[in-house]
Ligand binder design. Structure first.
Ligand SMILES: NC(=O)c1ccc[n+]([C@@H]2O[C@H](COP(=O)([O-])OP(=O)(O)OC[C@H]3O[C@@H](n4cnc5c(N)ncnc54)[C@H](OP(=O)(O)O)[C@@H]3O)[C@@H](O)[C@H]2O)c1
Length: 288
């Protein structure tokens, strides 16, 4: 058994599940803090599950006792809990940092987002960067991991592809290298024993948005039909949401629509291929 004890927050999410497995495989003693035990689908002798609400600091008291390193992937992606990015991405993670400090934890590893400094003007970017600043001034050793889009998010291309046509804003030439959760989990777990304080990371292959759209359409057995929409439509849609909905609704839309028109290239890492992921997803969706 590895002597380092890890508290993982976010174990029920896409990335959190891969990190849980990676920690178990590397024989760390792992405590996973979740809000619903039934969502944990893995069991192992070196895994303990604790139920608590990271948004409620009073439920976290003592959870970091004996813990050396805390890893958090907690953040809003598609949750519809009526909470804001500031409530979750900032405050819930700040609650964990406070508790970690009280319990004498040495290191805190936080999963942020690539190019977070360039999207500080969005609600999601603001909360994540504020948390990064809070962590840097906490006195704890830290590592902020800034990944590119996950394969799970590329599923949105597949959803459109099933309908036979993919819509992109702009000319589709912007580049990105999305990463599989299993590859990213290795980077996260490696960082426990490394000294780097910020790590930018993406998957092994760099694609233009057009190339990802083509891959998704081919995986669905459809001819390549990509519609390029002018950017004013995106700005108009954002304006509508910002004006007529509250930030709980428009925050995630703003986050998604802002990163869609950014060049998102990160240091290339990993071995999982996007076309394999698309093929598996198509099969999985056909079976369901
Ligand atoms: N997806 C991407 O492409 C991408 C790219 C770069 C960075 N990131 C960031 O990486 C992190 C992990 O992403 P992911 O795709 O793994 O997200 P995910 O699948 O939605 O998982 C998020 C985790 O946070 C927890 N969480 C969310 N709201 C909560 C709340 N109010 N109270 C308690 N727990 C809460 C979720 O718990 P439940 O399971 O109980 O909801 C889940 O365990 C996020 O911060 C995300 O912004 C994601």
């Amino acid at each position: 058994m590895n002597d380092t004890k890890i508290l993982l927050a976010g174990a029920t999410g896409y990335l959190g599940r891969f990190i849980t497995q990676e920690l178990i495989d590397r024989a760390y003693e792992v405590k996973a803090v979740v809000r619903n035990k039934n969502k944990v689908k893995v069991a192992a002798p070196n895994l303990t599950i604790i139920e608590a609400e990271v948004t409620k600091p009073e439920t976290l008291q003592g959870i970091c006792n004996d813990v050396n390193t805390v890893i958090s992937t907690v953040g809003i992606t598609r949750q519809k809990d009526g909470l804001t990015y500031m409530d979750v991405d900032f405050q819930a993670n700040a609650n964990l940092i406070d508790e970690a400090k009280k319990c004498g934890v040495q290191k805190f590893i936080y999963i942020s987002v690539l190019n977070g400094d360039k999207i500080r003007h969005t609600k999601g970017g603001e909360a994540k960067e504020k948390l990064g600043d809070y962590l840097k001034s906490s006195g704890l050793d830290y590592c902020i991991i800034r990944p590119n889009g996950f394969f799970s998010d590329m599923g949105d291309f597949l959803k459109m592809a099933k309908g036979g046509r993919i819509y992109l804003f702009g000319d589709g030439k912007l580049k990105l290298n999305p990463i599989h959760g299993k590859d990213l989990a290795k980077v996260v777990v490696d960082s426990i024993d490394q000294n780097e304080q910020e790590i930018n990371v993406g998957g092994p292959d760099l694609f233009s948005q057009n190339e990802i759209a083509e891959l998704a359409l081919k995986a669905c057995g459809k001819p390549v039909k990509i519609v390029h929409l002018p950017d004013w439509i995106r700005r108009f849609v954002l304006w509508i949401f910002r004006t007529f909905t509250n930030q709980k609704t428009y925050g995630p839309i703003e986050f998604f629509m802002t990163t869609m028109v950014m060049d998102m290239q990160a240091p290339q890492y990993g071995e999982h291929k996007l076309h394999d992921f698309f093929d598996q997803e198509v099969k999985r969706l056909e079976i369901n």
